[in-house]
Design a protein around this ligand. Structure first.
Ligand code: ADP
Length: 164
């Protein structure tokens, strides 16, 4: 049986920290679906389409093993409908643990066939988060090396004072 995992998040935008989790996740699973899990009532910097487009350009080389999709529905239903049984998440700080623990438990309560698997952040991506990157970029800070070049250019398009 194929091991298929879903890696959900907002990816607003995708960062090198996410890419590290994706690369390592691909070593563990036969297929990985990067899922933009969005809430239509929540605002974001990039539209869902823009986020999917950046992910496609940056990481999708072989659609048979790595795909990108979006959903605003119940995560466990999405996972089951795709024939997957793992939710992949990254963990950075201890402060994330409590929230992630609750999410993993509620998702298991909702569907006992689905497990959440956590990967510890790569050491150099410990402080990389989409939110901090957006904040720094909006104030003209350099985020080079924290996001792929395509994302850097898109951030520059949103906040035209981003410096290199
Ligand atoms: P954020 O806005 O916090 O960067 P997302 O909602 O897009 O994150 O995150 C999706 C998943 O990727 C979450 O499991 C999150 O913990 C993980 N993640 C985000 N950034 C990193 C990173 N730098 N290292 C490891 N995991 C990360």
């Amino acid at each position: 049986m194929k091991k298929i995992a879903v890696y959900p998040g907002s990816f607003d935008p995708i960062t090198n920290g996410h890419i590290d989790i994706i690369t390592r996740g691909l070593r563990m699973f036969d297929e990985l679906i990067i899922l933009i899990a969005y809430n239509p009532n929540k605002s974001s910097l990039f539209t869902v389409e823009e986020r999917m487009d950046m992910i496609r350009q940056v990481v999708i080389k072989d659609e048979k093993i790595l795909r990108v999709d979006c959903s605003s529905g119940l995560l466990v239903d999405y996972v089951q409908n795709k024939g997957a049984n793992v939710i992949l998440r990254g963990l950075r700080a201890v402060s994330e643990f409590e929230y992630e623990f609750q999410m993993a438990l509620i998702n298991r309560r909702l569907n006992r066939d689905i497990e959440t698997v956590f990967l510890m952040t790569g050491f150099q991506w410990f402080y990389t988060s989409s939110n901090l990157i957006k904040e720094a970029a909006s104030l003209g800070g350099s985020v080079t090396g924290l996001v792929p070049d395509i994302v850097f250019e898109r951030l520059r398009g949103k906040f035209n004072k981003v410096t290199k």
